[in-house]
Design a protein around this ligand. Structure first.
Ligand code: OXD
Ligand code: MN
Length: 593
């Protein structure tokens, strides 16, 4: 065994067990040094696991292709293995932990033979911050190591902070044979443990991200009095230099990265508005000494959806991918050794290789060059609008929490909840059309409470209760105000009714004005809606009458929608918090008025 980087007994004992089980031919501790990263990149290129891209155009950037059967999260094979099935709740897939360990150990046994076991010590959150948590991931994939080195803070410094503590999340990843029939992503919240087998797709194997920072962390947060949420964090700087922070939860592939890095429309830019990105996917939130809620982004990079990212939709994300980035399942332009994806520009390469590894001519082919869920893994420091508070160990104070989904009909552009508990209700009834980020049908509406459906590590009824209890500890004047947005309303011909992207700042502007008490709103059964005159349309080819079309509350359609909520709530039985049942009854009664 290579020299240990720590003398932590709980860790060394755990590693001994895993070596015995997995039988690696070699063991490598990831120390976080640039030399080690370089050596691993070179090794991965020599085996074809990575392709080095054009050093002048894309310095330190690489391309990777996953197996064709392994391109997204697999929700039906993602299990919460709590001792009691009820603790996983009706919206998670559950397996008895004893049975799950046996199944997984049988699959994993001997699977590192002839391979190297990499030991990755990583911190979610700035190393040593009171918000942060430590994990150890073992893996037989260099791709995983190099992605973790971008997405998290990695290396010896993490072990130094860990010291002798037993408070760390155990993560075991085994590629095995990438066999879809034996693919499992298992969380054992009561054991601080994650086991992932037979996958090489980021969301299933970068264990710091969904598995730890959401599933395990949501459970830790419930027990320790804080929250782990599927939320971006952005700072909106006003012309007077003041910055207000907003957390926003949208389901996967619904534009969190775009909103987090938004470029203000011309008129706003001229006045001095700026948007600063603290995080694009995950927020850990806890009460600060002044009684307000503070959030950190536990990640250190962006694992963003490539298709649709371009100079117009998200120049900051595009810029973030220009160095030190790993691209996964995009098209490879052989003429200049760069990458391409649908929606990057109007000039697909003609001499290229598609995401499956086949020759591809973008001018002629009917097939896509990049997979719809192809990704870039980019260091956060590359982002031109990264917030000065990104590394702040105390986090940033939150003024507003925003929920949202992808809904062609029904949900207005924006509305505000009436108070905290009503806001929790608004989050709990979120529905969104499904995307390519998970396997399964795309474009069907499903209920996705707080965008946490695939990520809540325990019973969602208890999770809602936790939200309500957090609210009870907050002085209402200091609690963030809660909103819902929908950028995706369409007319009957399928055209979007709101321009989206940078123009979403117009809605954020209204949200902050509401938080400051600077603007009135109309009270409706579902919440407070803006008056059309209060959304700034300057520079847009849109009238107040156009806006009114997406600031409506259609009573019949909402009554239909609430039937879906009845069905969702009914699944929870006695774990449904009474407060939410009351909120639902109130909205129904108000719709009748
Ligand atoms: C993601 C996801 O990768 O939500 O962030 O799937
Ligand atoms: Mn996500």
């Amino acid at each position: 065994m290579e020299t240990n980087l720590t003398s932590n007994k709980s860790l060394l004992d755990w590693l001994d067990e895993k070596v015995e089980l997995l039988k690696p031919s070699k063991i490598v501790w990831i120390d976080g040094s640039q030399e080690q990263i370089e050596a691993l990149r070179a090794e991965a290129c020599s085996t074809g696991e990575l392709i080095k891209l054009n050093e002048e155009l894309l310095p330190d950037c690489y391309l990777h292709r996953t197996a064709v059967n392994d391109v997204a999260r697999v929700e039906d094979r993602t299990l919460i293995c709590s001792r009691s099935e009820k603790d996983a709740g009706p919206t998670n897939h559950w397996m008895d932990p004893e049975k799950a360990y046996k199944m997984l150990y049988d699959i994993a046994a001997g699977s590192y033979e002839g391979r190297t076991m990499y030991i990755i010590p990583y911190s979610m959150g700035p190393v040593g911050s009171p918000f942060s948590k430590i994990g150890i991931e073992i893996t037989d994939s260099i791709y995983v190591v190099l992605n973790m080195c971008i997405m998290t803070r990695v290396g010896k410094k993490v072990l130094d902070v860990l010291g002798d503590s037993n408070d760390w999340v155990r993560g075991m990843h085994c590629k095995c044979d990438i066999d879809a029939e034996n693919r499992w992503i298992c969380q054992f919240p009561e054991d601080n443990t994650i086991i992932s087998v037979n996958s090489g797709y980021g969301g299933n194997v970068l264990l710091g991200k969904k598995c730890f920072a959401l599933r395990i962390a949501s459970y830790l947060g419930k027990n320790e009095g804080w929250q782990a949420e599927h939320m971006l964090i952005l700072g909106l700087e006003k012309p007077n230099g003041e910055t207000k922070y907003i957390c926003a939860a949208f389901p996967s592939a619904c534009g969190k990265t775009n909103l987090a890095m938004l470029i203000p429309p011309e008129g706003y830019k001229k006045k001095g508005y700026k948007v600063w990105c603290v995080g694009d996917d995950i927020a850990w939130i806890r009460k600060g000494p002044d009684g307000r809620l503070y959030a950190i982004n536990p990640e250190n990079g962006f694992f963003g959806v490539a298709p649709g990212t371009n100079e117009k939709s998200n120049p900051n994300a595009l810029e973030s991918t220009k160095k030190g980035t790993i691209f996964t399942n995009v098209a490879h332009n052989l003429d200049n050794n760069t990458v391409w994806w649908e929606g990057l520009d109007k000039n697909p390469p003609t001499n290229a290789v598609d995401w499956k590894g086949n020759p591809w001519n973008g001018a002629e082919s009917e097939e896509k060059g990049a997979h719809p869920n192809s990704r870039f893994t980019a260091p956060a420091v590359n982002c031109p609008c990264i917030s000065s508070e990104f590394e702040n160990p105390q986090g940033v104070p939150i003024s507003a929490i925003v929920f949202g989904g992808r809904r062609a009909k029904l949900t207005p552009l924006v509305y505000q909840s009436k108070d905290w508990n009503h806001g929790v209700f608004v989050g709990s009834i979120m529905g969104s059309e499904t995307t390519a980020a998970a396997t399964g049908a795309v474009g069907v509406v499903r209920r996705d409470p707080m965008a946490m459906l695939p990520f809540c590590g325990y019973n969602m009824g208890d999770y809602w209760k936790h939200w309500i209890e957090i609210g009870e500890t907050l002085d209402p004047d200091k609690a963030p105000k809660i909103f819902n947005v929908n950028w995706f309303r369409k007319d009957d011909e399928g055209n979007f009714l709101w321009p989206g992207f940078g123009d979403n700042l117009r809605v954020l502007d209204w949200i902050i004005d509401r938080c400051e008490g600077d603007v009135d709103a109309q009270e409706t059964a579902i919440g407070y809606l803006p008056y059309a005159k209060d959304i700034n349309l300057e520079g847009l080819d849109m009238t107040e009458a156009d806006l009114d079309k997406i600031l409506d509350v259609d009573k019949d359609a909402w009554e239909e929608e609430l039937k879906g909520v009845d069905e969702l709530y009914a699944k929870f039985g006695d774990t449904l918090p009474k407060e939410l049942a009351d909120e639902l009854a109130k909205v129904k009664a108000d719709l009748e008025k």
